[in-house]
Design a protein around this ligand. Structure first.
Ligand SMILES: NC(=O)c1ccc[n+]([C@@H]2O[C@H](COP(=O)([O-])OP(=O)(O)OC[C@H]3O[C@@H](n4cnc5c(N)ncnc54)[C@H](O)[C@@H]3O)[C@@H](O)[C@H]2O)c1
Length: 248
């Protein structure tokens, strides 16, 4: 699938899933603008309207937007501070709203386009002790569906890519907060029936598919890219010790 002469924005494009996406889209011929707060010459903060509008000031049209900026935080509904709640919601969902609000008119100018918001398996399920993060990723799916519906006739598609555990700096940082990071990464790998962690390139390929013409009838989805993680009812423990073990 060629992206020759396609103009694309990738937020969070300096690391992890975003970085792999930038590389793949460039390999396929896209012109890619990387919006990140680090690792770029001109930082763009997705939480700031001013920063977004400055980055868009010379841009007349956009064909595809990938929103991969995000932060991971931990805490329950009781232990999460206002600061953590607000920062998590700001980067993970309010930023997506602000960026989409600014970019959609530039997509309409291009005659349509594709938006891929990077959600998570936590857009449709939950991990304990992650109240702000889970809320932000569920909200991102709501934004996805709203945009898909409101702009379908303008030729804009919007999908929420839902990765499982992907081996990126974010996941390694999360693991580093536990007593045994290596065991945590192995547990994350085993969440997927395919038996391994996802790689950033696994998700970049899905995003490229959603950005391109091959997915032209796909919009408003929670597009799972999770090695089957959300399939087993009751998780691995139930599959291994429950009725699936019935002797016949
Ligand atoms: N790694 C995983 O296991 C996993 C799983 C599911 C979903 N996700 C989601 O995928 C997305 C990318 O995660 P990743 O694992 O590649 O993480 P990462 O930490 O490697 O990359 C995230 C990038 O977002 C950037 N960013 C943070 N705040 C920003 C801001 N205010 N403005 C602009 N950029 C900002 C960071 O600087 C970083 O470069 C996130 O939304 C994350 O929630 C990750």
């Amino acid at each position: 699938m060629s992206f020759e002469s396609k103009r694309t924005i990738v937020t969070g494009g300096a690391s992890g899933i975003g970085l792999a996406t930038v590389k793949l889209l460039r390999e396929r011929g896209a012109e890619v603008m990387v919006w990140d707060v680090q690792g770029v010459d001109e930082p763009v903060d997705v939480g700031s309207d001013e920063s977004i509008l400055k980055a868009l000031s010379d841009v007349d049209r956009v064909d595809a937007l990938v929103y991969s900026a995000g932060i991971q935080t931990y805490g329950t509904a009781v232990s999460t501070s206002n600061e953590v709640w607000e920062r998590t919601l700001m980067v993970n969902v309010t930023g997506a709203f602000k960026v989409c609000r600014a970019v959609i008119p530039k997509m309409i100018a291009a005659g349509g386009g594709s938006i891929s918001l990077v959600g998570s398996v936590q857009s449709v399920g939950a991990v304990a002790n992650s109240a702000a993060y889970v809320t932000s990723k569920h909200a991102l799916l709501g934004l996805t569906r709203s945009i898909a519906l409101d702009y379908a006739k303008a030729g804009i598609r919007c999908n929420c890519v839902c990765p499982g555990a992907i081996d990126t700096p974010m996941l390694r940082w999360s693991a580093s907060l536990t007593d045994n990071p290596e065991a945590t990464l192995e547990a994350c790998a085993q969440v997927h029936p395919v038996g391994r962690l996802g790689q950033p390139e696994d998700i970049a390929g899905v995003i490229a598919f959603l950005c391109g013409e091959d997915s032209k009838f796909v919009t408003g989805t929670a597009f799972m890219a999770d090695g089957g993680a959300m399939v087993p009812i009751g998780g691995a423990a139930f599959q291994e010790h429950g009725t699936a073990q019935a002797k016949v």
